[in-house]
Design a protein around this ligand. Structure first.
Ligand code: NAD
Length: 385
């Protein structure tokens, strides 16, 4: 079985889907691994390191993909007209494609038409057995860390209380909005840097987690928020009346903050706007807002996705996209391990190939296509019936 690792070509993507460490382990399973030249360059993994791990360095995507049975990607392969290489057309029929594919119905149909067995790792169920393959968690964790570090370097004072002979600089007030995987890591990081940290969330379970990390909870709770968590652990979309109440509580708090990090997502929807233009206007000059939710439209009215802006009242809003891609070596290392674990979990030693049983809950979650058909219920409702 030949495994192909491609260079990521989508704008702003700095990560890579396999590292020398995971290449070695893939070869240990009995595979041969082809890594496209330069695939790890932007995340600090040079071709020589892959070669040393036993990979063949392929000069281009076509050479890497020739004869591949498994294709590892961070993002979806480029299709015709999407870039300088039509990666999709180079993937052999029946190959297993694994990545955060962000697919829609049209993309799923294209994989089916080309006979590719596509697995979208972002659709992995959040079950205990799948934790070590959970790319959303591994990447969100690093995004939360990175967001706070960038906030600290952008902030024109300091996070800890600094007592010096020349006087005292007070600790920064840091407010984390959304206490899922990214938010909890942001709380921990801001605490380590010495900030005075508070946080909010709508899911009742999050309140205890916030407190257990030593941050104070600020938020509005009512009957609606007590039922705000789906069976899968995600936040539900709540009513306009709830969001209005939440905004009231948050508005008073935000005016006193030096740093705000927003991470709130509602699965399958645009990110909720939690920080309005008025709230931003109420903040002190020099304050910093980091919007990790910018890929989903952002939690902050002033966010310009993909950019950093300074508002009229001197607040810097970092709305960069792809926060895990801003810490690419660590993000790639964890992402690559997630994919390796996915493969080893289903590895059939005798066949020296993964046995992705359609009955398995993890496979049911990730499989978009199989044998030329779209099989995921999200994209083929008829097939699910
Ligand atoms: P997410 O990225 O979907 O959202 C981030 C956070 O934003 C969530 O905590 C959510 O409640 C919060 N949020 C949404 N609307 C909000 C609002 N209006 N105001 C404030 N906060 C708001 O979430 P996630 O980080 O992927 O985590 C979701 C859940 O999944 C958590 O319960 C987490 O513990 C759970 N989880 C389970 C596993 C597992 O068991 N394998 C793995 C990872 C995460």
């Amino acid at each position: 079985m030949r495994v192909a690792v491609l260079k990521e070509r989508r704008a702003g993507e700095t990560r890579v889907a396999a590292t020398p460490e995971t290449v070695k382990k893939l070869i240990g399973l009995g595979t041969t691994v082809a890594v496209e030249a330069g695939a790890g360059r932007t995340s600090g993994f040079i071709d020589a390191a892959y070669a040393e791990a036993g990979a063949e360095i392929a000069p281009d995507a076509a050479a890497a993909l020739a004869g591949a049975g498994i294709v590892l990607k961070v993002r979806a392969p480029l299709g015709a007209g999407e870039g300088e290489v039509d990666e999709l057309s180079l993937i052999p029929r029946e190959a297993i494609l694994i990545g955060t594919l962000g697919a829609d119905a049209a993309a799923a149909a294209a994989y089916a038409e080309r006979g590719i067995e596509a697995h979208a790792m972002e659709l992995l169920p959040r079950i205990t057995r799948a934790q070590s393959m959970d790319v959303l968690s591994s990447q969100a964790n690093l995004a939360g860390y990175r967001a706070v570090v960038e906030a600290a370097t952008t902030f024109d004072r300091g996070f800890p209380m600094l007592m010096t002979a020349a006087g005292t600089i007070p600790a920064a007030n840091v407010f984390i909005m959304g206490a899922g995987v990214a938010g909890l890591q942001a709380i921990a990081t801001a605490r380590r840097l010495g900030g005075r940290v508070s946080a909010t969330d709508v899911r009742p379970a999050a309140k205890e987690e916030i407190k257990s990390l030593g941050a104070s909870f600020v938020g509005y709770e009512d009957e609606e928020s007590r039922a705000a968590q789906t069976a899968g652990g995600y936040a539900k979309q709540l009513s306009p009346a709830f969001y209005a109440k939440q905004a009231e509580v948050v508005a008073a708090h935000i005016a006193k903050q030096d740093v705000v990090v927003t991470t709130a997502l509602v699965q399958g929807r645009r990110a909720p706007t939690l920080v309005t233009a008025e709230m931003v206007a109420s903040m002190k000059p020099g304050s910093v807002i980091v919007d990790i939710a910018s890929d989903a439209g952002g939690n902050v009215a002033a966010t310009v996705p993909g950019d950093a802006v300074i508002t009229a009242n001197g607040v810097t809003v970092l709305g960069y996209r792809n926060w895990p891609g801003r810490i690419p070596a660590a993000a790639s290392a964890l992402y690559a391990r997630n994919l390796l674990t996915f493969l080893t979990t289903f590895w059939d030693k005798e066949a020296q190939a993964p046995k992705l049983s359609p009955e398995d809950d993890i496979v049911k979650g990730t499989a978009l296509t199989r044998a030329g058909a779209v099989v995921h219920p999200q994209f083929a409702p008829a097939a699910a019936a």
